[in-house]
Design a protein around this ligand. Sequence first.
Ligand code: SF4
Length: 445
Amino acid sequence: MSDSTFIKPDRKTEEDTKAGNYFIANYPPFSFWNEKDIPCVDSLLNSPSAGKAPLGLYYHVPFCRKRCHFCYFRVYTDKNSADVRRYLDATMQELERYAGSSYIGGRMPKFVYFGGGTPSYLSAQQLTELTNRMKAILPWDEAEEVTFECEPGTLTEKKVQAIKDFGVTRLSLGIENFSDHILETNGRAHRSAEVFRAFQWARDAGIENINIDLIAGMLEETDDNWSECIDRVLELSPDCVTIYQMEVPFNTTMYKQMKEQGKLSAPVADWPTKRRWVAEGFSKLEKNGYSVTSTCTAVKNPDQTKFQYRDQLWGGADMVALGVASFGHLGGIHYQNITHFEDYCSTAEQGESLIRRALLTTEEERFIREFILQWKLGSVRPLYFQEKFGIDIIERYGSIFTEWESQGNLEKKTDCWKLSRNALLRVDSLLHQFFLPQHQNAKYV
Ligand code: SF4
């Protein structure tokens, strides 16, 4: 792709999109997770579950039809059906290890999340068999939410029905954009006609919560096209809309191209433009009855449409991670699985631990993690942190709150502190100041 095909940011500024991770997904940063803490997970699994933390399951499907230029996940586009079968078997061996442990055995998951990669890459038959096997090992019939990520072009009517039948309550469609030209330019495998078809099948199947993902700032995005994307969303009228702002981590093909061309700034819109697009999108959605519920989501019925996976996880829930490179959190220990396919499968087949790095967090780190992540929902409640951690956040961070208030970024409500819309859309850049000194300026990955 020649440079001339890329959108030029409005001007060269400090706010250009540079390479690297911009958004905060967890705390402490991943670069502090290590091999030394891996045995802590095994000791935890051998002890009875002490707390009352809800349990979740995350299942990673690492297959995709094509690799998008902005993708930074562990995905494979070259696996055959024997590889897929081997992987599914390996994940079931992994689940059996957890289900047989004192810490997890007998507990009922409250939420389940199928992410990727592309979970909908699997056939209806593979999915039905997989979920039957999972339920036989660790029943999740009582889960209040089962989320399933889909790439629209991989769905068929039969597959959507199978997805509904094995218990999915929240279907997340990775649409990203409605322009076929932009989808093509960014390396997406699907086209917009497939979106409308898939959405209707999901509605006809009666899936209660349908989410649409968009990305503000894809290669060649324009004001007019973005505005049309929001109009198309309103026509579909999903229960939830998630709008990500484009970031360009180092392991993307977009970064590889920047490096080859000796460029420091990514060939996408700058941060103020991306934030403006999200702000305009949110404002149009609000005019049409939606409520903004986090830095990237708007929902039609906030009382009914919940996102348990995010809310439980950010509130300190336990989550078992299944699959290559997936991230979990158990009893205050963060961990990530082996990140290469062959290594993952063969280690599972030998019945050995699949964990590659872990971090036993302190109470202080767990407090900061929740405090940071909950800002991304738009507000924090002092009473929550007082009751859970015995920490008075006003006493501790009063001077920051006062500064934010004076800048118009924060407003005091009866029981919480609420971010302004402007601050919410750039909240990730405001949160590093709450990191402990040893985590400041750390590499995030
Ligand atoms: S579909 Fe999603 S996971 Fe797959 S390559 Fe594209 S961004 Fe990555």
